[in-house]
Design a protein around this ligand. Structure first.
Ligand code: AMP
Ligand code: MG
Length: 414
């Protein structure tokens, strides 16, 4: 049997980064920058008012108090967005709004609160020192400075900065494009009536959600019955370099029984063809032992077992970190938290066990330590527990029993 660590490496090697592309700001959110961004503008772009009020020459307000206001004629009205170049004559004031350009000659803004708000002439009740309430050009960003760096994860604030600088597109490592295929003749879509022996298909929606949650894109989801022709037709439609799918994920049809469509489609004993074939392996883990990996017409494929818990745990362990690494995203792995087990558990010999778990934060942040409880049975069809678990308890291969009070690593799914 192959170790979990070894299979993680094999999957990570299979999934390759796409070349960086220029994308709209909207598309760039949550992706990693491939280039530095150098400011082609200063911010503020021009000297502008920080307050609604009056642009003045500072010396014209000297001595102004509430008791002895200075009276100045108001000769212009400057709302934000006024584009003509104005000059303030000595001994006059321009009414001005926040964000509007400072007229030439003005050296201070008097907030409207310190005046009578006059439109023809204004009574100024406070002395304004030079520079007061003026936001000078380049105070925030200087033209030519590097404001964003290659390797940074694009956040909403970074999009705001890019847009403010007039940048409409960013060069980013694009999302991996993933096709999800469920297999099984017993599966029907939610929303249709069930006949005896049928079940609702739940892996494709779950895995597609996990793909998106990992930061990648779902090109399509599809379901095939246990029929090699039908399954191969779906592969043919999407595989191949011209079809722009970076990864195909299948679930089901890889166990030891009959009617294992994925195994049947690729040949039970795998293939020697580097470009077309799947190697089926047993990985020393529970759940998720039967795994497969390879290429279809050059397109990477990872075949997961069909039991829903096995499928999602396998995705967490192998695919999520590989997808995030390929997109250069931070923290490809889930954070691992040490936590003290509150019960005694047994675990199969020779298999690394991932049990659904509830992580309880320490009561006391200073000296306390997180505790963890296993959540639901270890069997791989118990979706209900998986749905409410917030962690995966990682029990090493060689361990057969862990007693209450032992410290274990927990994968934090929160
Ligand atoms: P398999 O790996 O195909 O042998 O499937 C193992 C178990 O998982 C069987 O009980 C299947 O019915 C179930 N299963 C497989 N695929 C799905 C799916 N897409 N949605 C729900 N259950 C599934
Ligand atoms: Mg099946």
């Amino acid at each position: 049997m192959r170790s979990v660590d070894d299979h993680q490496r094999v999957v990570a090697d299979l999934i390759r980064s796409r070349p960086a592309v220029m994308g709209s700001l909207t598309e760039a959110l949550g992706l990693v920058l491939a280039d530095d961004v150098v400011a082609q503008l200063s911010l503020p772009v021009f000297d502008n008012s920080a307050m609604d009020g009056y642009a003045v020459r500072a010396e014209d307000t000297s001595g102004a108090t509430p008791e002895h206001p200075v009276l100045l004629p108001v000769t212009e009205d400057i709302p934000a967005g006024r584009t003509d170049q104005l000059t303030l004559q000595p001994g006059t004031a321009h009414r001005i709004m926040t964000g509007a350009p400072i007229p030439a000659g003005a050296t201070a803004i008097v907030p409207v609160e310190d005046t009578d708000g006059g439109l023809v002439s204004v009574a100024i009740r406070q002395t304004a020192p030079p520079g007061k309430h003026i936001r000078p050009a380049g105070e925030d960003v200087v033209l030519g400075s590097t404001v964003l760096r290659a390797g940074q994860l694009v956040t909403p604030a970074m999009l705001g900065l890019a847009a403010a600088l007039g940048v409409a597109e960013l060069n980013v490592i694009p999302r991996q494009r993933v096709l999800v295929i469920s297999t099984g003749s017993e599966l029907v879509s939610p929303g249709t009536p069930l006949r005896p022996g049928q079940i609702y298909e739940s892996n494709s929606i779950m895995l597609a959600g996990a793909v998106r949650d990992a930061g990648a894109t779902v090109v399509a989801t599809a379901t095939a019955g246990d029929d090699v022709t039908q399954f191969s037709a779906i592969l043919d439609r999407y595989a191949g370099t011209e079809n722009h799918v970076d990864l195909i994920i299948t679930s089901g049809g890889v166990s030891a029984g009959a009617y294992e469509v994925v195994k049947d489609a690729f040949g039970r004993h795998g293939s020697q063809d580097q470009n077309h074939g799947v190697e089926f392996v047993k990985v020393a883990m529970q759940p998720g032992m039967p795994q497969g990996i390879g290429r279809v017409a050059g397109t990477p494929i990872v075949t997961l077992p069909g039991n829903p818990v096995s499928a999602l745990v396998s995705f967490e362990v192998f695919i999520r970190p590989a997808l995030r690494m390929a997109m250069h995203l931070p923290d490809p792995e889930r954070p691992r938290r040490p936590a003290v087990l509150t019960e005694t558990l047994t675990s199969p010999r020779g298999k690394r066990q991932f049990r659904r778990a509830l992580l309880h934060p320490a009561e006391d942040a200073v000296g306390g330590v997180d505790t963890v409880t296993s959540y639901g049975p270890p069997a791989s069809h118990h979706l209900r527990w998986l749905a409410s678990a917030n962690g995966l308890l990682d029990i090493p291969e060689d361990v057969v029993e862990v007693s209450a009070g032992t410290q274990l690593q927990v994968w934090d799914l929160r």
